[in-house]
Design a protein around this ligand. Structure first.
Ligand SMILES: NC(=O)c1ccc[n+]([C@@H]2O[C@H](COP(=O)([O-])OP(=O)(O)OC[C@H]3O[C@@H](n4cnc5c(N)ncnc54)[C@H](OP(=O)(O)O)[C@@H]3O)[C@@H](O)[C@H]2O)c1
Length: 284
């Protein structure tokens, strides 16, 4: 009989009160794990526990509070109760020109995305090192930790940081049987955009799909490491309309023009296909 791989594992998910973290928690509880969900908003965490049941343990925590994290890890885990998986998901993003970015937003991003990730990881790792079972740390980076946009200097600084943090940590911890994976998603349909200063778009990744993918990463065999993954939203498939456009024989040799157009709120790819003008046509 093959045992369910994740069953009964102890998992810590930061940023569990909304968005990706809440969806990860639901998917992991459904796999039979025990999830400690950390976030500042206890009401939201308690509401999630009502949906998911006792296997989801709400933990009111500001991950920028180093002492609170150290105290919680010390009182929660021991040499008879090890954490198996840590998902560093909590994060904030504000997008603005560098000379217009409020100082507080810079500090919030550095403190949450980088310092918070460091605090919890540094406190959990000693327990993972003493755990004989394989352990896994998943860091949620971003596509903006691989590339940038003009207003993302501060956010990208934190997510490029997560990328480097993950890569070095993976090298440091592999001999302890601790895997480290950095997941870099493009835009996802969550509350992230509400205060970010950038517009959401109609074609974002879905949190459920990311959660299913994270489960897949966690369930890979012990001897296989996925150290880095980038996930991008794809344009939806479009219907193509071809329009024949009369053109001279010279133009006919050129590639056809393609334009995207909304027609009755549906996106179409319109191909303007040149058709050669015959000498007779010209005379008419
Ligand atoms: N949405 C996207 O397009 C996108 C794309 C790429 C990467 N990401 C990354 O994905 C991760 C999750 O974001 P999301 O899209 O799910 O956004 P979200 O819906 O805004 O969720 C963010 C979570 O982080 C928690 N959080 C923020 N500051 C915290 C702190 N100081 N201490 C503890 N928890 C804190 C929030 O909970 P409380 O407010 O209750 O503390 C919330 O649960 C972030 O790291 C983000 O950078 C998002």
């Amino acid at each position: 009989m093959i045992l369910p791989f994740l069953k009964a594992m102890n998992i810590v998910v930061t940023g569990a009160s909304s968005g990706l973290g809440a969806v990860f928690s639901g998917a992991l509880v459904a796999k039979g794990t025990i999830v400690c969900g950390l976030a500042r908003n206890l009401d939201k965490l308690n509401m999630l526990q009502k949906q998911l049941g006792k296997a989801f343990i709400p933990v009111m925590m500001d991950i920028t509070d180093q002492k609170a994290i150290a105290d919680w890890v010390k009182k929660t885990f021991s040499d008879t109760h090890f954490p198996n998986i840590l998902i560093n998901n909590a994060g904030v993003g504000y997008f603005n020109n560098i000379d217009e970015l409020p100082l507080q937003h810079w500090h919030d991003m550095i403190n949450t995305n980088l310092n918070g990730t460091f605090y919890i990881t540094a406190n959990i790792v000693p327990f993972m090192k003493r755990n004989n079972a394989s352990c896994h740390i998943i860091n949620i980076g971003s596509i903006l930790g691989k590339t940038t946009r003009p207003d993302s200097a501060a956010y990208s600084a934190t997510k490029y940081g997560i990328q480097g943090f993950s890569e070095a940590l993976s090298k440091e911890l592999s001999s302890y049987n601790i895997k480290v994976t950095c997941v870099n998603p493009g835009s996802i349909e969550t509350h992230f955009f509400e205060q970010s200063g950038i517009e959401p778009h109609s074609n974002m990744l879905q949190p459920n799909d990311i959660a299913a993918f994270i489960i897949h990463i966690l369930e890979t065999p012990c001897n296989m490491l996925i150290d880095e993954v980038t996930l991008r939203p794809l344009q939806p498939k479009m219907k193509t309309v071809e329009l024949q456009v009369p053109s001279s024989p010279v133009c006919y040799a050129n590639s056809c023009e393609v334009r995207k157009e909304f027609r009755d709120e549906e996106l179409f790819e319109v191909k303007f296909v040149p058709t050669p003008i015959k000498p007779n046509d010209k005379q008419n």
